[in-house]
Structures are given as structure tokens and as C-alpha cells.
Design a binder for this molecule. Structure first.
Ligand code: TMP
Length: 211
């Protein structure tokens, strides 16, 4: 894959209620305020037919085997890959709330094999940076609406956090671990500082794939 002046690809990861959505929004507003073409996306993308099945699963109105829902989350990313590639190559900076690492973290936390979980993610476009909002899940359960969706249970979130920490070590070259217990404005200052530099640096770089 080669590119002229492409956009940057940023991903937010973390346990449920870690503040990803707020920080994604603030980062998108930051780039837009500088006149940089920016698009926000959220995975799972619940609008597609696959996304609707995922939504039924997450809201507990449908049950599926762990392997099946795992592959559906991955398929949901693959169905948006052409769009992601097109937008990045057209110069749009993408800010994505959850990506392949959520897929791996949540399914490995259920006890499935790491390599099996990662396999369907290979070949997807690799982000330029992942902002990992990390804090003890105990600090998160008091946040609004916690517990409404399938995975919002403290014990499970602890397991998810353990897998995220492993991924963070493995992928340290482009993962940025951020202490999510800091005030929103401080988090944003730190994240936007890193993102702004990268957005300039990656302009002439080809897109990479998850290997
Ligand atoms: P959300 O609460 O950030 O919208 O995410 C929905 C839930 O889906 C969240 O508990 C994490 C989970 N998830 C997976 O299990 N696998 C995935 O690939 C993704 C993107 C999310």
C-alpha cells in the first residue's frame, strides 16, 4: 500500500467506561478546529446487518457461541476496511473508538486462545497509534449506566484489563498507555499532544497492516 499525503489512524482502547468515547470526541474536535479533515468511527459499528446481530448480543437479547460472536466482531471491522483505507488515503484522519485489540482482549478474557483470537485481525489496516486508557476497573463501575451491557461486570473487566496489559507490552512501539483516572482535560492535553505530532509525521508514510 502506498500513499501520498494520507490521514493518520488513531484508535482508543480500554475497559468499558474508561472514557474512550469522551476522549475520541475531544480529539476529533481538536483536529477539526485546526481544519484537518477528520472522521470518527466506533466499533462495533452497529448499523450494518452484522452490527445489528452484535448489538442484540451485547444487549442480551441474543445468545451466540463465543467463537461466533468473536468472528462477527472481526467481520464487522473487515466490512469497513475499504472505507477506512479510502478515507485515510484521501487525507482524512480517523479516530476510532475500539478496534482489533478489543476483539482480542474481550474474547481472550473468556478463556479462548490468544493466537486463535488474533488470527482474523491479521491483514486489517494497522493504526498509527493506540491510546490505551488504563485504570483499575473498580474505579469504573461507579460511572453512569455501568452494568447495562453484557460485559460490564467487574470480575470480567479485571480479566479484560489483564489481556490489555499484555497487548500493551507486546505492541509498545505504537501503544500509549494513559492513566485514565486523570481529569478529562489533562488526558486530552496529553493525547492531543502525541496525536498532533504523529498526524504530521505519518503524512508521507504508507499504510501498514496488522501482522
Ligand atoms: P462499547 O461499549 O464501547 O460500545 O463496546 C461494546 C462492547 O463490545 C464492549 O463491552 C467491548 C465489546 N467488544 C468486543 O467484545 N469485541 C470487539 O471486537 C469490540 C469492538 C467490542
Amino acid at each position: 500500500m502506498s500513499a501520498g499525503r494520507r490521514g493518520a489512524f488513531f484508535v482508543f482502547e480500554g475497559c468499558d467506561r474508561s472514557g474512550k468515547t469522551t476522549q475520541s470526541r475531544l480529539l476529533a474536535e481538536f483536529f477539526k478546529s485546526k481544519g484537518i479533515p477528520t472522521l470518527s468511527m466506533i466499533f462495533p459499528e452497529r448499523e450494518s446487518s452484522i452490527g445489528q446481530v452484535i448489538n442484540s448480543y451485547l444487549t442480551n437479547s441474543k445468545d451466540l457461541p463465543d467463537e461466533v460472536i468473536h468472528l462477527m466482531f472481526a467481520a464487522n471491522r473487515w466490512e469497513y476496511m475499504n472505507k477506512i483505507q479510502k478515507e485515510l488515503l484521501a487525507g482524512t484522519t480517523l479516530i476510532v473508538d475500539r478496534y482489533s485489540y478489543s476483539g482480542v482482549a474481550y474474547t481472550v478474557a473468556k478463556g479462548l486462545d490468544y493466537d486463535w483470537c488474533y488470527a482474523p485481525e491479521r491483514g486489517l489496516i494497522k493504526p498509527d497509534a493506540v491510546f490505551y486508557l488504563n485504570t483499575a476497573p473498580d474505579n469504573l463501575s461507579s460511572r453512569g449506566k455501568y452494568g447495562e451491557e453484557r460485559y460490564e461486570k467487574l470480575e470480567f473487566q479485571h480479566k479484560v484489563a489483564e489481556v490489555y496489559n499484555r497487548i500493551c507490552e507486546r505492541e509498545s512501539s505504537y501503544w500509549h498507555e494513559i492513566d485514565a483516572s486523570q481529569p478529562v482535560a489533562e488526558l486530552h492535553t496529553r493525547i492531543s499532544g502525541i496525536a498532533e505530532k504523529l498526524q504530521q509525521q505519518v503524512k508521507g508514510k504508507p499504510l501498514d497492516k496488522l501482522k
